[in-house]
Every structure is written in C-alpha cells, then in structure tokens.
Ligand binder design. Sequence first.
Ligand SMILES: [Zn+2]
Length: 384
Amino acid sequence: NSFTDCNIYLSLKFSVILKRNDFSCRTLHNFILWKLVMSLMPHMIDEYQQKRVEFRKILLGILSERNRWSHCVEWTNKKLGMAVGALFIRDNFNHDSKETALEMIRTIREAFNELLAENHWMDSGTRAVAKSKADSMNERIGYPEFLKDPIELSKEYVTLQITENHYLGNVLAVLQYDAYHNLEKLRKPVDKDKWTTEPAVVNAYYNPNKNDIVFPAGILQPPFYSQHFPKSLNYGGIGVVIGHEITHGFDDKGRQFDKDGNMMQWWNNATVKAFRERAQCIVDQYSKYKLQEVDLYINGRMTQGENIADNGGLKQSFRVNYFILIIRLRISCVSKLRMYWLYVMPEYFGVSCDAECFEKTITMILTTMGPQKTTWFFSCGSPW
Ligand SMILES: [Zn+2]
C-alpha cells in the first residue's frame, strides 16, 4: 500500500490515517513535514507563536499560553533530563532523603500487606501471589547513581553538539540526538535498570512492566516531604503518594501484570469477579462527582485506576501514621488525627488552578483521561 511504498515509519497513533488507502506519497510526506513544523513552532519567534496560539484556540479552546521561560525549562528538562538532574541534585537534594524515603516505603508496604491479609474477598492463593508481587516491587528513589560521576554522565551526551547563540540549531540537534538514542534501543534486550524518568520533576510513577515504583528527587521536597517535618506530615504528603504508587500495581491495569512485569493472569476467576464488583463501587462513586467549575461529571470508569490508587494510598499511609502517632507519641487521638488530616486535605484538595489548567481540565475530561487524574484538584496540582 501507499504506506510501505513511501517507506516511512509512523507510530501507532497514526494507524487511523494508514488504514485509508486514498492518499498519495506526497500527502504523507506533507503530513510528516507538517508534524515536524508543528513540533518546532513553540521554539520559534513571536510571529510564528501568534499563528500557533490562534490555531490552538480553535482546536483545543486554550485561551492563554504558558510563559516562554517555563516552556523552555520544561523542554530542556524533558530532553536533557539527566544533565539537568545532575545540577538539581548537586544543589537541592539532601542525600539523607533517600534513606528516609526507603524506610517510609518499607513501612507502607508493610501496611499494604497487613490490609491484604485482612481483606476477606480474595482467595488465599491469589493473596499469596499479591503479597509476593508487593514484596518484589523495586523502588527507585531520587536519581540514578551515574549522575554523581561526571565521566559517566558525559558519556550520555557524547553524540550531542550544543553551540552558544544558536537556539533553533540546538533544538534540532537535541531532536536528532533523541531519535538516535531511541533507535539504538531497537532489537536490544530491555535494560530494566535504566531510569526513564528525569530526576528533577515533581511526579511519581508505577511501571507495570518492570514492577517498579519511582520517586524522582523533585518530589522529595516540600510540600510533599522534608526532613524537618514531623513524621505525620511526611506520611500525609509523600507517604500517600508512595501508597498510591504501590496500589497501582493492583488496580484495573496493574493487576494484569505479574511480579516480573509480564502480562499474565495470576488471579483466580472468582477473585477477579469480586475485584470487579468492588471496582464498580469506586466507578459509581466517582461518576457522581461533578466539577462545578467546568460543569462536567467525572468519568468514573476511565479514572478508576487513579481513584483505586488514591483510596489505597490514603488507607496505607493512614495506617502507618495512626500507629506512629497513637502508640509512639502518646498524644490524644483527636489531635493526632487532626494533625494528619489537616495536612493531607490541603495537600490533596487545596491546589490552586490557573487559566491554562482550567482549559486543560476540560480537555482532559472530554478526551484523553486515561491514566491522568481528571478531578479539578488533581489535574491542577498533582500529576502522578
Ligand atoms: Zn496514579
């Protein structure tokens, strides 16, 4: 067909276009060139920016664009994440944070296992496999070790040429370097130890096909975490995030992968049925929430993974925190609970939202949703 005649590779995202046979090589080439031009436009001078703003206004309803500095910083971090990460950790990362985070993960994983043992709807076989999956979850905290070794770090960028005072040339050089790096991985075994996340981001992840949880250095700072905070605040902040990521390993998507990250059915059929019934409660509950500001209901089915993870994360972190506060500190139950919730609630719900975020929220609810949070609070403040 025309696609193979043109000898061009396109990602699956464009498969809709490829299924049609009524286009010529010329159309396809123009399309690809147009994609390249579109990806370069955010980097160009104001005259081009204006056209782009008008186009996005009609296409996505976006009324205001981000500041140029913020776009440049984000793009540089995304494309040269390890170099930026090395600078970030040198000046901003307290190395004791890694030890503390590991200890918190240990206690929250323990709480997860306790809750697992208490749950009455799982059969004992599935429960045992679930425990072994939770126990073998790898954790990545902060940054990969080679960032502290300048020689190893520069090896990453050996093929990249950056010149002073030549901005667009540098952008093209980075895109070329990126493409080369990606092609290098082709047909090679997956390197499971490789970090794919830039360290200087405020985010956290669960990777189902590696069974790891990742907490980059960027999230291990206030308001999520500080070595100067009391434990209760850290459990209310990063603790909830840790529990959230662990729970992703057992949500509607994560549960389909085994402890080695292979897609596999390790649940007994009756337990799958029981899981679906309970997931339906979460779907129904969240579908009733309306975001007044945009006058739209949350799609509970699409966001169930995030909502399951939020519920799990809160439960596990609360459990650890409850015992720390009630048993060890010996202060009254009420004040301890208040201290915990006072922190958790603003952290989760009190994030402010600017004009761009407002538009983004509407777009997310109407389109992609997927693994993103769609609630007003979550989409604005916490991307995990
Ligand atoms: Zn999540």
